[in-house]
Design a protein around this ligand. Structure first.
Ligand code: CTP
Length: 409
Protein backbone atom coordinates (compact mmCIF):
# COMPACT_ATOMS: atom_id res chain seq x y z
CA UNK A 1 0.00 0.00 0.00
CA UNK A 2 1.41 3.42 -0.87
CA UNK A 3 1.58 5.91 1.98
CA UNK A 4 -1.01 8.65 2.21
CA UNK A 5 0.43 11.98 1.04
CA UNK A 6 -0.61 14.60 3.56
CA UNK A 7 0.15 18.30 3.21
CA UNK A 8 0.10 20.07 6.57
CA UNK A 9 -0.30 23.80 5.96
CA UNK A 10 0.64 26.12 8.79
CA UNK A 11 -0.25 29.81 8.99
CA UNK A 12 1.34 32.48 11.19
CA UNK A 13 -0.46 32.24 14.51
CA UNK A 14 0.74 31.38 17.98
CA UNK A 15 -0.99 27.98 17.72
CA UNK A 16 1.56 27.05 15.03
CA UNK A 17 3.41 25.06 17.69
CA UNK A 18 0.47 22.62 17.81
CA UNK A 19 1.09 21.83 14.14
CA UNK A 20 4.17 19.90 15.30
CA UNK A 21 1.90 17.39 17.07
CA UNK A 22 -0.34 17.21 14.04
CA UNK A 23 2.65 16.35 11.82
CA UNK A 24 3.66 13.71 14.37
CA UNK A 25 0.15 12.23 14.40
CA UNK A 26 0.20 11.75 10.63
CA UNK A 27 3.79 10.46 10.36
CA UNK A 28 3.14 7.94 13.15
CA UNK A 29 0.15 6.60 11.24
CA UNK A 30 2.47 5.96 8.28
CA UNK A 31 1.64 9.00 6.16
CA UNK A 32 4.18 10.88 4.05
CA UNK A 33 3.88 14.43 5.36
CA UNK A 34 4.93 17.59 3.59
CA UNK A 35 4.75 20.70 5.79
CA UNK A 36 4.00 23.93 3.94
CA UNK A 37 4.14 26.93 6.27
CA UNK A 38 3.41 30.51 5.32
CA UNK A 39 6.43 32.82 5.73
CA UNK A 40 4.83 34.21 8.92
CA UNK A 41 4.40 30.70 10.40
CA UNK A 42 8.19 30.45 10.48
CA UNK A 43 8.22 33.41 12.90
CA UNK A 44 6.66 30.97 15.40
CA UNK A 45 8.21 27.58 14.57
CA UNK A 46 11.47 27.09 12.68
CA UNK A 47 11.68 25.22 9.37
CA UNK A 48 14.19 22.83 10.97
CA UNK A 49 11.53 21.56 13.40
CA UNK A 50 9.08 20.80 10.62
CA UNK A 51 11.80 19.24 8.45
CA UNK A 52 12.94 16.97 11.27
CA UNK A 53 9.39 15.94 12.20
CA UNK A 54 8.25 15.30 8.63
CA UNK A 55 11.50 14.06 7.11
CA UNK A 56 10.79 16.28 4.11
CA UNK A 57 12.08 19.69 2.95
CA UNK A 58 10.14 22.77 4.00
CA UNK A 59 9.61 25.77 1.72
CA UNK A 60 7.27 28.73 1.91
CA UNK A 61 7.50 30.45 -1.47
CA UNK A 62 6.86 29.61 -5.09
CA UNK A 63 10.40 30.69 -6.07
CA UNK A 64 12.32 27.95 -4.27
CA UNK A 65 13.08 24.69 -6.08
CA UNK A 66 11.56 26.27 -9.21
CA UNK A 67 12.99 23.47 -11.36
CA UNK A 68 10.67 21.02 -9.56
CA UNK A 69 7.60 23.27 -10.14
CA UNK A 70 6.76 22.79 -6.48
CA UNK A 71 3.73 25.07 -6.40
CA UNK A 72 1.97 22.64 -8.71
CA UNK A 73 3.52 19.32 -7.72
CA UNK A 74 2.88 19.48 -3.95
CA UNK A 75 -0.84 20.10 -4.52
CA UNK A 76 -1.14 17.51 -7.30
CA UNK A 77 0.45 14.76 -5.23
CA UNK A 78 -1.57 15.41 -2.07
CA UNK A 79 -4.26 12.96 -0.91
CA UNK A 80 -5.24 15.30 1.91
CA UNK A 81 -4.49 18.92 2.79
CA UNK A 82 -4.89 19.93 6.43
CA UNK A 83 -4.24 23.53 7.44
CA UNK A 84 -3.74 24.15 11.15
CA UNK A 85 -3.74 26.81 12.36
CA UNK A 86 -5.50 28.90 9.70
CA UNK A 87 -5.42 32.62 10.53
CA UNK A 88 -8.06 35.18 9.50
CA UNK A 89 -5.62 36.42 6.87
CA UNK A 90 -5.09 32.96 5.39
CA UNK A 91 -8.87 32.32 5.26
CA UNK A 92 -9.25 35.62 3.38
CA UNK A 93 -6.52 34.73 0.91
CA UNK A 94 -7.96 31.24 0.35
CA UNK A 95 -11.47 32.63 -0.10
CA UNK A 96 -10.43 34.91 -2.98
CA UNK A 97 -8.19 32.26 -4.53
CA UNK A 98 -4.83 34.00 -4.04
CA UNK A 99 -1.67 32.07 -4.90
CA UNK A 100 0.95 34.35 -3.45
CA UNK A 101 2.84 31.75 -1.44
CA UNK A 102 3.43 28.00 -1.68
CA UNK A 103 0.53 27.12 0.68
CA UNK A 104 -2.19 29.10 -1.14
CA UNK A 105 -0.84 27.91 -4.51
CA UNK A 106 -0.94 24.32 -3.24
CA UNK A 107 -4.58 24.66 -2.13
CA UNK A 108 -5.54 26.10 -5.53
CA UNK A 109 -3.97 23.14 -7.29
CA UNK A 110 -5.20 20.40 -4.93
CA UNK A 111 -8.24 18.37 -5.95
CA UNK A 112 -8.13 16.19 -2.79
CA UNK A 113 -10.09 16.92 0.43
CA UNK A 114 -9.00 20.12 2.18
CA UNK A 115 -9.58 20.55 5.92
CA UNK A 116 -8.97 23.90 7.58
CA UNK A 117 -8.70 24.40 11.35
CA UNK A 118 -8.93 28.11 12.20
CA UNK A 119 -7.37 29.79 15.23
CA UNK A 120 -7.75 33.47 16.05
CA UNK A 121 -9.23 35.83 18.59
CA UNK A 122 -12.99 35.60 19.06
CA UNK A 123 -13.63 39.04 17.54
CA UNK A 124 -11.72 38.12 14.39
CA UNK A 125 -13.53 34.77 14.12
CA UNK A 126 -16.96 36.38 14.53
CA UNK A 127 -16.20 39.29 12.21
CA UNK A 128 -18.61 39.19 9.24
CA UNK A 129 -15.64 39.39 6.87
CA UNK A 130 -14.17 36.18 8.31
CA UNK A 131 -17.56 34.47 8.46
CA UNK A 132 -18.20 35.36 4.80
CA UNK A 133 -14.80 33.89 3.89
CA UNK A 134 -15.58 30.72 5.85
CA UNK A 135 -18.98 30.42 4.14
CA UNK A 136 -17.35 30.86 0.72
CA UNK A 137 -14.80 28.14 1.43
CA UNK A 138 -17.46 25.76 2.78
CA UNK A 139 -19.62 26.33 -0.28
CA UNK A 140 -16.70 25.06 -2.36
CA UNK A 141 -16.49 21.78 -0.45
CA UNK A 142 -13.62 22.80 1.83
CA UNK A 143 -14.22 21.64 5.41
CA UNK A 144 -13.59 24.64 7.65
CA UNK A 145 -13.76 23.25 11.17
CA UNK A 146 -15.45 25.10 14.00
CA UNK A 147 -12.73 26.24 16.39
CA UNK A 148 -12.73 25.22 20.02
CA UNK A 149 -13.92 27.56 22.72
CA UNK A 150 -11.53 28.30 25.54
CA UNK A 151 -8.37 30.02 26.55
CA UNK A 152 -6.81 32.16 23.81
CA UNK A 153 -3.48 33.99 23.81
CA UNK A 154 -3.28 36.37 26.76
CA UNK A 155 -6.21 36.60 29.13
CA UNK A 156 -8.94 36.17 26.50
CA UNK A 157 -11.29 33.22 26.35
CA UNK A 158 -13.97 32.29 23.80
CA UNK A 159 -14.43 30.59 20.43
CA UNK A 160 -11.32 30.81 18.27
CA UNK A 161 -8.97 28.39 19.94
CA UNK A 162 -7.33 25.75 17.74
CA UNK A 163 -8.81 22.29 18.17
CA UNK A 164 -6.41 19.75 19.65
CA UNK A 165 -4.06 18.21 17.05
CA UNK A 166 -5.49 14.68 17.50
CA UNK A 167 -9.02 16.03 17.06
CA UNK A 168 -7.99 17.76 13.83
CA UNK A 169 -6.25 14.63 12.54
CA UNK A 170 -9.24 12.39 13.37
CA UNK A 171 -11.73 14.81 11.78
CA UNK A 172 -9.51 15.08 8.69
CA UNK A 173 -9.43 11.27 8.40
CA UNK A 174 -13.22 11.26 8.69
CA UNK A 175 -13.43 13.74 5.82
CA UNK A 176 -11.27 11.35 3.78
CA UNK A 177 -13.62 8.48 4.73
CA UNK A 178 -17.00 10.19 4.41
CA UNK A 179 -16.49 13.46 2.48
CA UNK A 180 -16.69 17.12 3.52
CA UNK A 181 -18.59 17.79 6.75
CA UNK A 182 -22.00 19.28 5.91
CA UNK A 183 -23.46 22.11 8.04
CA UNK A 184 -26.74 20.26 8.34
CA UNK A 185 -27.32 20.90 12.06
CA UNK A 186 -26.99 24.68 12.19
CA UNK A 187 -29.51 26.08 14.67
CA UNK A 188 -30.18 22.60 16.14
CA UNK A 189 -29.51 21.38 19.66
CA UNK A 190 -28.03 17.94 20.18
CA UNK A 191 -27.99 16.37 23.63
CA UNK A 192 -25.78 13.33 24.26
CA UNK A 193 -25.12 11.04 27.21
CA UNK A 194 -21.64 9.49 27.22
CA UNK A 195 -19.37 7.30 29.29
CA UNK A 196 -20.13 5.03 32.19
CA UNK A 197 -21.91 5.92 35.39
CA UNK A 198 -20.32 5.25 38.76
CA UNK A 199 -22.52 4.13 41.61
CA UNK A 200 -20.92 4.75 44.97
CA UNK A 201 -20.64 2.00 47.55
CA UNK A 202 -18.72 4.16 50.02
CA UNK A 203 -16.31 7.13 49.66
CA UNK A 204 -13.64 4.96 47.99
CA UNK A 205 -15.50 2.18 46.17
CA UNK A 206 -17.98 2.26 43.34
CA UNK A 207 -19.65 0.09 40.74
CA UNK A 208 -18.51 1.12 37.28
CA UNK A 209 -18.09 -0.22 33.77
CA UNK A 210 -15.66 -0.23 30.87
CA UNK A 211 -17.26 2.43 28.70
CA UNK A 212 -14.68 4.94 27.40
CA UNK A 213 -17.14 7.62 26.29
CA UNK A 214 -15.47 7.69 22.87
CA UNK A 215 -18.61 7.04 20.83
CA UNK A 216 -20.57 9.71 22.72
CA UNK A 217 -17.81 12.28 22.27
CA UNK A 218 -17.49 11.31 18.59
CA UNK A 219 -21.21 12.07 18.19
CA UNK A 220 -20.62 15.43 19.87
CA UNK A 221 -17.66 16.09 17.60
CA UNK A 222 -19.58 15.51 14.37
CA UNK A 223 -22.72 17.30 15.60
CA UNK A 224 -20.65 20.35 16.62
CA UNK A 225 -18.86 20.37 13.27
CA UNK A 226 -22.24 20.16 11.51
CA UNK A 227 -23.12 23.40 13.31
CA UNK A 228 -25.22 22.13 16.25
CA UNK A 229 -25.22 23.44 19.81
CA UNK A 230 -23.99 20.36 21.65
CA UNK A 231 -24.34 19.32 25.29
CA UNK A 232 -22.67 16.14 26.49
CA UNK A 233 -23.69 14.78 29.87
CA UNK A 234 -20.66 12.65 30.61
CA UNK A 235 -20.03 10.06 33.26
CA UNK A 236 -16.66 8.38 33.58
CA UNK A 237 -14.75 8.68 30.29
CA UNK A 238 -11.21 8.48 28.97
CA UNK A 239 -9.47 11.86 28.78
CA UNK A 240 -11.11 13.12 25.60
CA UNK A 241 -10.88 16.58 24.02
CA UNK A 242 -13.99 18.76 24.10
CA UNK A 243 -15.83 18.98 20.77
CA UNK A 244 -15.89 22.53 19.37
CA UNK A 245 -18.07 24.78 21.52
CA UNK A 246 -19.74 21.87 23.31
CA UNK A 247 -21.02 22.06 26.86
CA UNK A 248 -19.62 19.17 28.91
CA UNK A 249 -21.57 18.36 32.07
CA UNK A 250 -19.68 15.95 34.31
CA UNK A 251 -21.77 13.56 36.40
CA UNK A 252 -21.11 10.37 38.32
CA UNK A 253 -24.28 8.44 39.01
CA UNK A 254 -27.24 7.44 36.83
CA UNK A 255 -29.52 9.67 38.87
CA UNK A 256 -27.26 12.70 38.36
CA UNK A 257 -27.09 11.90 34.66
CA UNK A 258 -30.88 11.72 34.48
CA UNK A 259 -31.24 15.09 36.23
CA UNK A 260 -28.85 16.82 33.81
CA UNK A 261 -30.39 15.18 30.73
CA UNK A 262 -33.91 16.09 31.83
CA UNK A 263 -32.88 19.72 32.45
CA UNK A 264 -31.80 20.06 28.81
CA UNK A 265 -34.47 17.97 27.12
CA UNK A 266 -37.04 20.68 26.41
CA UNK A 267 -34.86 22.51 23.89
CA UNK A 268 -33.19 19.48 22.28
CA UNK A 269 -33.80 18.52 18.64
CA UNK A 270 -31.84 15.26 18.83
CA UNK A 271 -31.05 13.18 21.91
CA UNK A 272 -28.52 10.35 21.65
CA UNK A 273 -28.06 8.16 24.70
CA UNK A 274 -24.61 6.68 24.26
CA UNK A 275 -23.85 6.29 27.98
CA UNK A 276 -23.37 2.93 29.63
CA UNK A 277 -25.70 3.47 32.55
CA UNK A 278 -25.40 1.12 35.52
CA UNK A 279 -28.68 -0.72 35.80
CA UNK A 280 -28.33 -1.04 39.58
CA UNK A 281 -26.80 0.95 42.43
CA UNK A 282 -26.08 0.05 46.05
CA UNK A 283 -29.21 0.47 48.15
CA UNK A 284 -27.28 2.58 50.64
CA UNK A 285 -24.17 4.67 50.05
CA UNK A 286 -21.99 4.46 53.16
CA UNK A 287 -20.68 7.81 54.36
CA UNK A 288 -17.50 6.25 55.76
CA UNK A 289 -15.27 3.60 54.19
CA UNK A 290 -16.66 0.13 54.82
CA UNK A 291 -14.26 -2.12 56.71
CA UNK A 292 -13.74 -5.72 55.72
CA UNK A 293 -15.17 -8.05 58.34
CA UNK A 294 -17.21 -5.45 60.21
CA UNK A 295 -20.62 -6.80 61.09
CA UNK A 296 -22.77 -4.27 59.19
CA UNK A 297 -20.35 -3.61 56.30
CA UNK A 298 -22.06 -6.18 54.10
CA UNK A 299 -19.24 -6.13 51.55
CA UNK A 300 -19.84 -9.76 50.65
CA UNK A 301 -23.54 -9.21 49.97
CA UNK A 302 -24.14 -5.81 48.51
CA UNK A 303 -27.85 -5.02 48.27
CA UNK A 304 -28.69 -3.31 44.99
CA UNK A 305 -31.69 -1.32 43.82
CA UNK A 306 -32.65 -0.56 40.23
CA UNK A 307 -31.55 2.73 38.65
CA UNK A 308 -33.92 4.81 36.57
CA UNK A 309 -33.89 3.98 32.85
CA UNK A 310 -32.92 7.40 31.53
CA UNK A 311 -33.70 6.59 27.90
CA UNK A 312 -37.14 5.27 28.76
CA UNK A 313 -37.78 8.43 30.79
CA UNK A 314 -36.82 10.60 27.82
CA UNK A 315 -39.26 8.68 25.61
CA UNK A 316 -42.03 9.12 28.23
CA UNK A 317 -41.40 12.87 28.25
CA UNK A 318 -41.59 12.94 24.47
CA UNK A 319 -44.87 11.04 24.62
CA UNK A 320 -46.10 13.63 27.14
CA UNK A 321 -45.02 16.33 24.64
CA UNK A 322 -42.40 17.79 26.97
CA UNK A 323 -39.85 17.45 24.16
CA UNK A 324 -40.05 17.04 20.40
CA UNK A 325 -36.59 15.58 20.11
CA UNK A 326 -35.67 12.66 17.88
CA UNK A 327 -34.43 10.00 20.29
CA UNK A 328 -31.63 7.53 19.57
CA UNK A 329 -30.31 4.85 21.89
CA UNK A 330 -27.55 2.27 21.87
CA UNK A 331 -27.53 -1.41 22.54
CA UNK A 332 -24.31 -3.22 23.27
CA UNK A 333 -25.00 -6.95 22.96
CA UNK A 334 -22.74 -9.97 23.26
CA UNK A 335 -25.17 -12.40 21.51
CA UNK A 336 -27.89 -12.22 18.86
CA UNK A 337 -27.34 -8.46 18.41
CA UNK A 338 -30.05 -7.93 15.78
CA UNK A 339 -32.76 -9.90 17.53
CA UNK A 340 -32.06 -8.38 20.96
CA UNK A 341 -31.62 -4.94 19.38
CA UNK A 342 -35.03 -5.05 17.69
CA UNK A 343 -36.68 -6.11 20.96
CA UNK A 344 -34.85 -3.38 22.89
CA UNK A 345 -35.91 -0.71 20.39
CA UNK A 346 -39.54 -1.72 20.85
CA UNK A 347 -39.20 -1.87 24.64
CA UNK A 348 -37.54 1.53 24.93
CA UNK A 349 -39.71 3.31 22.35
CA UNK A 350 -36.81 5.28 20.82
CA UNK A 351 -36.83 6.36 17.17
CA UNK A 352 -33.45 4.79 16.45
CA UNK A 353 -31.18 2.22 18.04
CA UNK A 354 -27.52 1.67 17.19
CA UNK A 355 -26.79 -1.96 17.90
CA UNK A 356 -23.25 -3.19 18.21
CA UNK A 357 -21.76 -6.46 19.16
CA UNK A 358 -19.37 -6.25 22.12
CA UNK A 359 -18.51 -9.94 22.27
CA UNK A 360 -15.00 -10.52 23.67
CA UNK A 361 -14.63 -6.94 24.95
CA UNK A 362 -14.81 -5.46 21.44
CA UNK A 363 -15.73 -1.78 21.00
CA UNK A 364 -15.22 -0.67 24.60
CA UNK A 365 -12.34 1.81 24.51
CA UNK A 366 -11.60 1.06 20.86
CA UNK A 367 -11.51 3.72 18.20
CA UNK A 368 -13.64 1.78 15.73
CA UNK A 369 -17.17 0.51 15.79
CA UNK A 370 -19.69 -1.25 13.55
CA UNK A 371 -23.19 -2.68 13.74
CA UNK A 372 -26.68 -1.74 12.60
CA UNK A 373 -28.94 1.26 12.96
CA UNK A 374 -32.49 0.08 13.56
CA UNK A 375 -35.41 2.44 13.00
CA UNK A 376 -38.83 2.45 14.66
CA UNK A 377 -40.23 2.37 11.12
CA UNK A 378 -38.66 -1.10 10.68
CA UNK A 379 -35.60 0.14 8.80
CA UNK A 380 -32.25 -1.59 9.27
CA UNK A 381 -29.00 0.00 8.05
CA UNK A 382 -25.76 -1.87 8.34
CA UNK A 383 -22.91 0.29 9.66
CA UNK A 384 -19.64 -0.97 8.24
CA UNK A 385 -16.53 -1.08 10.41
CA UNK A 386 -15.25 2.50 10.68
CA UNK A 387 -13.89 5.06 13.09
CA UNK A 388 -16.25 6.10 15.86
CA UNK A 389 -16.46 9.51 14.11
CA UNK A 390 -17.59 7.83 10.86
CA UNK A 391 -20.15 5.79 12.81
CA UNK A 392 -21.31 8.97 14.57
CA UNK A 393 -21.82 10.61 11.17
CA UNK A 394 -24.12 7.75 10.12
CA UNK A 395 -26.13 7.84 13.35
CA UNK A 396 -26.61 11.60 12.96
CA UNK A 397 -27.58 11.11 9.30
CA UNK A 398 -30.31 8.73 10.45
CA UNK A 399 -31.44 11.13 13.22
CA UNK A 400 -31.48 14.05 10.79
CA UNK A 401 -33.61 11.92 8.47
CA UNK A 402 -36.20 11.41 11.21
CA UNK A 403 -35.96 15.10 12.19
CA UNK A 404 -36.54 16.16 8.59
CA UNK A 405 -39.68 14.02 8.41
CA UNK A 406 -41.08 15.12 11.78
CA UNK A 407 -40.32 18.81 12.08
CA UNK A 408 -40.78 21.89 9.95
CA UNK A 409 -37.45 23.69 9.39
N1 CTP B 1 -30.00 3.34 29.25
C1 CTP B 1 -30.42 4.38 30.03
N2 CTP B 1 -30.62 4.18 31.37
C2 CTP B 1 -30.42 2.97 31.94
C3 CTP B 1 -29.99 1.89 31.13
C4 CTP B 1 -29.79 2.11 29.79
O1 CTP B 1 -30.59 5.49 29.51
N3 CTP B 1 -30.64 2.81 33.23
C5 CTP B 1 -29.82 3.56 27.79
C6 CTP B 1 -28.40 3.43 27.28
O2 CTP B 1 -27.73 4.69 27.28
C7 CTP B 1 -28.61 2.91 25.87
C8 CTP B 1 -29.86 2.07 25.99
O3 CTP B 1 -30.55 2.54 27.14
O4 CTP B 1 -28.87 3.96 24.95
C9 CTP B 1 -29.67 0.60 26.11
O5 CTP B 1 -28.77 0.29 27.14
P1 CTP B 1 -28.54 -1.21 27.59
O6 CTP B 1 -27.68 -1.21 28.80
O7 CTP B 1 -28.13 -2.02 26.41
O8 CTP B 1 -30.05 -1.59 27.95
P2 CTP B 1 -30.76 -2.22 29.15
O9 CTP B 1 -32.14 -1.69 29.15
O10 CTP B 1 -29.95 -2.04 30.39
O11 CTP B 1 -30.82 -3.73 28.71
P3 CTP B 1 -30.01 -5.01 29.13
O12 CTP B 1 -31.02 -5.85 29.80
O13 CTP B 1 -29.54 -5.60 27.84
O14 CTP B 1 -28.88 -4.56 30.03
Amino acid sequence: MTALNVVVGVAGGIAAYKACHLVRNFTESGANVRVVPTPNALEFVGAATFEALSGNPVDTGVFTRVDEVQHVRVGQEADLVVIAPATADLLARLAVGRADDLLTATVLVATCPVVVAPAMHTEMWRNPATQANVAALRSRGITVLEPASGRLTGADSGPGRLLEPDQIADLARTVLETGPIRRSLEGRRVLISAGGTQENIDPVRYIGNRSSGRQGFALGEIAAQRGADVSIVAGDTDALPTPAGAEIVRVRSAREMQREIDARLGSADIVVMAAAVADYRPEKEATAKLKKGEADANLSTLRLVENPDILKGVVEKRNAQQTRAVIAGFAAETDNPLEYGRAKLARKGADLLMVNSVAGGRVFGERRNSGWILGRDGSETEVADGSKLAVAAQILDAAEGVLGRSLPN
